[in-house]
Design a protein around this ligand. Sequence first.
Ligand SMILES: [Zn+2]
Length: 253
Amino acid sequence: MNKTIKITLLTLLAVVLLFVSGIGYMMFNVKMALKDMNTRETGAVNETITALKDKFCNVYLVKGETGYIAIDSGKDPAALENEMKKVAVDPASVHTLFLTHADSDHAGGRTLFAKAQVFIPQAEEAVMNGDVARKFFLKVKADIPHTPVADGEIMTIDGVKVQCITIPGHTAGSSVYIINDEYLFCGDNFSINRNNELALFPDIFNADSKLQAESLQKIADLKGLKLILSPHYGTTENVDGLKVFKNIKEKVL
Ligand SMILES: [Zn+2]
């Protein structure tokens, strides 16, 4: 065999092997991260909040004066509809949907709430229209009719106070919502481990974990919270655990 062909074939083989082992490593990381997730079963969290389990993502319903506000919508509208039957809530009574970000496991079920007004963090619009990559060079186009909600914006809907705080990192516009100053719906902005401690969200799913660490300092000093509600890690009363994000920047950088 010609020496040049031999070298070319060996180089090609090395590239293919590198690519395959890179994919394998990523898949292993995804598998491990998914194993650590821990969603709640469908049912009441308390008298105001109900959890719905859509595969590996929780959707939360907050009771207003006349209907419900949903935080995220899961992936699958049909699965979500089934879960809503279990708690006897009519999807038509969900008049408002706040999405923490536009990933499909949070936004995919939104069609079940056909008449709801959909709020999406303003900074997420750059991800949805492809101006900002979701991760590496990968772009996600999501055409979701919505009303943008700004970082720091506070509104009252159906007697429920909602504040949005944007935590860029998981995605460019990924945000948390604080309801009635007590409940922190944390989206994919941090994780809760099996020891009930708070930590960064798994790096494999983040667009930029360093940015997430920096952004989380915005909520490290929140006061007066009673409960943290996560889409993938259930709920915790460990609101003091947010303090870990005060110094996490140094640990990560
Ligand atoms: Zn997610």
